[in-house]
Design a protein around this ligand. Structure first.
Ligand SMILES: [Zn+2]
Ligand SMILES: [Zn+2]
Length: 434
């Protein structure tokens, strides 16, 4: 029997980690992320003796954030691609640098991670042990993201990682038809209960609103995740040849430039390069000047307004009824972005380093606040389409629903069970044999 241990990302989005163990005891870890909602940030602790390999689906911290911890004790290969390694390193170093939380690892383990990395191209089967192989397939989620096929004990198991099945401006979508016949799938369920609006219409509405605000002498702030979303938004805006200058700040600049070295991961690299060349990068000392300039369009992390350069801009825009803040990613409950969207209230801490004081400021937004759902996750319709399009080898049809909140994972599993799938929403620490 092959064992699947769910170490995290169960009934939650955060600390994704799955352990696969062959019948002779060889182990392989798929992703090893962190979560931010409490003190228990790393995946569930378990016996990792006889670990032979780690495979990474993509760079997002909920999939990669705990990886350095593994390199404290193990010298095993980490399979990924050059782009994912580069961005993972940027994100890990940033996480260690800005965190108040004390992670049980540091820069040394990030270096060790890099030294243990082996690159694997998509659709190339790699042997990690006898009767144990992995293959990557494009996941369409962000540049470099992959789904991972594990072949072990003559069984085939697909771990989707985060997937997207619609066309975006940065990359091509995942293509379920190229996945071989499988015995089991471990699938993400982030939007298992919701459909996204039509992408084309959404893009057009978004750009029209940006133009309107600019024509009324207003400024537009687009808080966006630094990895992929900021660059995707830039490509959307550039399709319409706006006459006003687009500015980019924070981590989005660093990631945007890092992407230059990996043309093959992009759908239309020359368009990407051209768009980035037209963009003006802002340094910290120029923020004020740019924020006060009428007609500016500013793309800046963090996407949920938990920190980053976006906060500096936001403070200068909140009181201006002509300006707008357009959120372009999902706003998790309890984040400042969610509060701003739901209640038009922004709360932040004002730190005075000289006086060593920390004051909470609560402000009502007078500017426009809106949300555009430019998600990079498959929605309900597409998740179902994906599962339906896969071919299962026999009638066991195992489906494990993870990476979604309690309601999304359990409802998705129940719905599929009603269709005849052998589906469950595992809980953290549970082990299944197939
Ligand atoms: Zn992701
Ligand atoms: Zn994720």
């Amino acid at each position: 029997m092959t064992k699947i241990s769910f170490l995290g990302g169960c009934r939650e989005v955060g600390r994704s980690a799955v352990l696969i163990e062959s019948n002779k005891g060889t182990k392989c870890i798929l992703d090893y992320g962190v979560r931010f909602n409490d003190d228990d940030r790393l995946p569930y602790d378990t016996d990792l003796s006889n670990l032979k390999a780690i495979a990474l689906s993509h760079c997002h911290i909920d999939h990669s954030g705990g990886l350095p911890y593994l390199f404290k004790n193990f010298n095993v290969p980490l399979f990924t691609n050059p782009l994912t390694l580069r961005i993972t390193e940027i994100l890990l170093k940033d996480m260690i640098k800005i965190s108040n939380y004390h992670y049980p690892f540091g820069y040394r383990e990030v270096d060790k991670l890099r030294k243990n990395t082996q690159f694997l191209e998509n659709e190339n089967k790699k042997k990690i042990d006898e009767d144990f192989f992995i293959t990557f397939y494009n996941a369409g989620h962000i540049p470099g993201s992959v789904s991972i096929l594990i072949e072990v004990d003559k069984k085939k198991l697909l771990y989707t990682g985060d997937i997207n099945l619609i066309d975006t401006n940065l990359i091509y979508p995942a293509e379920p038809s190229i996945i071989p016949n499988i015995d089991a799938i471990i699938t993400e369920s982030t939007y298992a209960l919701r459909d996204h609006p039509s992408r084309k219409e959404l893009e057009r509405n978004f750009v029209e609103r940006v133009i309107d605000v600019n024509e009324n002498d207003g400024r537009v702030l687009i808080p966006a995740f630094g990895v992929a979303r900021s660059q995707e938004v830039l490509l959307i805006l550039n399709k319409y040849n706006l006459k006003n200058q687009i500015y980019m700040d924070g981590l989005a600049r660093k990631v945007g430039v890092a992407y230059y070295d990996y043309p093959s991961f992009f759908r239309d690299f020359s368009y990407y390069k051209k768009s980035l060349k037209k963009t003006e990068f802002v340094s910290e000392k120029n923020r004020k000047k740019i924020a006060q300039k009428s007609n500016s369009i500013i793309i800046s992390p963090s996407g949920m307004l938990r920190g980053g350069a976006a906060i500096d801009y936001l403070k200068m825009l909140l009181d201006d009824p002509n300006s707008a803040i357009y959120l372009v990613g999902y706003q998790v409950e309890g984040t400042p972005g969610r509060k701003l969207l739901d209640e038009k209230i922004f709360e932040y801490q004002l730190n005075n380093k000289n006086k060593n004081t920390n004051r909470k400021i609560v402000k009502k937004a007078k500017c426009q606040v809106d949300y555009y759902d430019f998600s990079s996750h498959a929605d309900q319709k597409h998740l179902l389409k994906y599962v339906h399009n896969l071919n299962f080898i026999d009638n066991s049809k195992y489906v494990f629903c993870i990476h979604g909140d309690n309601k999304a994972t359990t409802s998705f599993a129940r719905g599929l069970a009603n269709e005849g799938y052998n589906s469950v929403a595992p809980e953290t620490g549970e082990i299944y044999s197939i």
